[in-house]
Write a protein that binds this ligand. Structure first.
Ligand SMILES: Nc1ncnc2c1ncn2[C@@H]1O[C@H](COP(=O)(O)OP(=O)(O)O)[C@@H](O)[C@H]1O
Ligand SMILES: [Mg+2]
Length: 374
C-alpha cells in the first residue's frame, strides 16, 4: 500500500455539524511503498478524513476501492471506527449497500486485519482508546498509523454526476427511488442509522448493465446498540414492524449530517432514524426535478432542494425548524410531471414532525405502490 497525503476538512457550508479531523500530509504525494495484497492504481476520491484509491487485489485481479484513513487524530479514528462497526455489523449483503471486503490496520511496520470487537488485539483496543480519550496513543510519532478499508469499486461515480450528466429519465428515477428505499429499509432493519445520506455518498455501478446504486460512507453512521440482539431475527424477516418501531424510538443527539439534507430535528440535536427518511425525501425530490445548488467550497453543482428566502437559499430542514407549518411546494417546477402518489409520499417524507413521516418499512410498501401506479 502506498503512503500519500491525507484528509481535508469539509468547508462550513456543506459540512457536517460534527467535526471531521484534518491532518497535514506527512509524506509527499507520490512517495510509494508497495504492500502485498493490493496495488493502488489511482486516487478516485478525497473526503474529509481520507483518500480513496482504485486498486487491484493482487491475488484475484478484482478491482476494489480502498479508503485510507490516517489514525493519529482522534476525530479520524472515531469516524473510521463508526464506519468499521456499521459495515462489519451487517451479516448479509444488500445489492444497494457498498460491499465491505476487509479493513487492515497498518502501524509501526505491521499490517493487521481488523476484526470487530477483537479484545485480544492491542492495536484494536488502542484505536478504541484513541477515540474515547480523544488523544493520540497509536504508533510512533515518526510513523503514522493508517486504516485501510477495502470495498467494492463503484466505477459509475456518484448520484450527482450520474443524474446531472444525463437527460431526465422517469424510468431511471423510479428505479433509483426503489433502490434507495430498499437500502435504507435494510440498514434500518439492521439497526444502522446512516446520518449522512446525500448524493455524494450514493455511488453507482453499471457492471450488470443497468445502473445500481450503492449507499456508501458510513463515517457518521450509528449502530443502535441494545437493539442488535434482534438483528438476525429482523434480517430474516421476523417481527419486523416491532423492530422498526424500536429503531424509530432510539434517540440520537450528535447533530451531524450535511446542511441541505438535515431534518429539522437534527438541527436541534434530538432525532431518530426518521432523519434518514427526511434526507431521502430531499434527495428524491431534487432528483426528480433536477433541483441543484452550488456547493460553496467545492463549487460543484449538487442535487438538493432548498427554500428561497430573499436572495438566500436555506436548507429545507432549517426552514421547517423555524416554521413547522410551512407548506412545501412539490413539485416546484411547473413543467415537472409527478403523480399525486409520489407528491404525497415526498410531502410525508419531508414532514416537519418525524412522527408524521413513514418509517423505512412503510416507505418500502408505499414506494412500491406509487412507482407501480405512476
Ligand atoms: N467504493 C467506492 N468506489 C468508488 N469511489 C468511491 C468509493 N468509496 C468512495 N469513493 C469516492 O471517494 C469519495 C469519498 O469517499 P467517502 O466514503 O464518501 O468519504 P468521505 O467521508 O471522506 O466523504 C466518494 O465521494 C467517492 O467519490
Ligand atoms: Mg462522503
Amino acid at each position: 500500500m502506498e503512503t500519500a497525503e491525507d484528509g481535508r476538512l469539509r468547508g462550513p457550508k456543506s459540512s457536517e455539524r460534527r467535526r471531521r479531523g484534518c491532518c497535514r500530509p506527512r509524506h509527499p504525494l507520490g512517495e510509494r511503498r508497495s504492500g502485498p495484497r493490493y496495488s493502488l492504481l489511482a486516487e478516485i476520491g478525497r473526503g474529509s478524513y481520507g483518500v480513496v484509491y482504485e486498486a487491484v487485489a493482487r491475488r484475484t485481479g478484482a478491482r476494489v476501492a480502498v479508503k485510507k484513513i490516517r489514525c493519529d487524530a482522534p476525530e479520524n479514528v472515531e469516524l473510521a471506527l463508526a464506519e468499521f462497526w456499521a459495515l462489519t455489523s451487517l451479516k448479509r449483503r444488500h445489492r444497494n449497500v457498498v460491499q465491505f471486503e476487509e479493513c487492515v490496520l497498518q502501524c509501526n511496520g505491521l499490517a493487521q486485519r481488523m476484526s470487530h470487537g477483537n479484545k485480544s488485539s492491542q492495536l484494536y483496543l488502542r484505536l478504541v482508546e484513541t477515540s474515547l480519550k480523544g488523544e493520540r496513543i497509536l504508533g510512533y510519532p515518526e510513523e503514522a498509523c493508517y486504516l485501510w478499508f477495502v470495498m467494492e469499486f463503484c466505477e459509475g461515480g456518484d448520484l450527482n454526476q450520474y443524474v446531472l450528466s444525463r437527460k431526465p429519465d422517469p424510468v431511471t428515477n423510479k428505479s433509483f427511488m426503489l433502490q434507495l428505499t430498499s437500502a435504507i429499509a435494510f440498514l434500518h432493519k439492521n439497526h444502522i442509522v446512516h446520518r449522512d445520506l446525500k448524493p455524494d455518498n450514493i455511488l453507482i455501478t453499471e457492471r450488470s448493465g443497468s445502473p445500481v446504486l450503492k449507499v456508501a460512507d458510513f463515517g457518521l453512521s450509528k449502530v443502535c446498540a441494545g437493539l442488535t440482539s434482534h438483528s438476525r431475527e429482523c434480517s430474516e424477516g421476523g417481527g419486523m414492524e416491532n423492530k422498526m418501531v424500536n429503531l424509530n424510538k432510539y434517540w440520537l443527539s450528535s447533530a451531524c449530517g450535511s446542511d441541505f439534507y438535515m431534518a429539522p430535528e437534527v438541527w436541534e440535536g434530538h432525532y431518530t432514524a426518521k432523519a434518514d427518511i427526511f434526507a431521502l425525501g430531499i434527495i428524491m425530490w431534487a432528483m426528480i426535478e433536477r433541483i441543484t445548488f452550488i456547493d460553496a467550497d467545492s463549487k460543484k453543482e449538487l442535487l438538493g432542494t432548498y427554500i428561497k428566502q430573499g436572495s438566500e437559499i436555506v436548507p429545507v430542514g432549517e426552514a421547517l425548524l423555524e416554521n413547522p407549518k410551512m407548506e412545501l411546494h412539490i413539485p416546484q417546477k411547473r413543467r415537472t410531471s409527478m403523480s399525486d402518489g409520489i407528491k404525497q409520499l415526498l410531502k410525508d417524507m419531508l414532514a416537519a414532525n418525524p412522527q408524521d413521516r413513514p418509517d423505512a418499512f412503510e416507505l418500502e410498501t408505499r414506494m412500491d405502490q406509487v412507482t407501480c401506479a405512476a
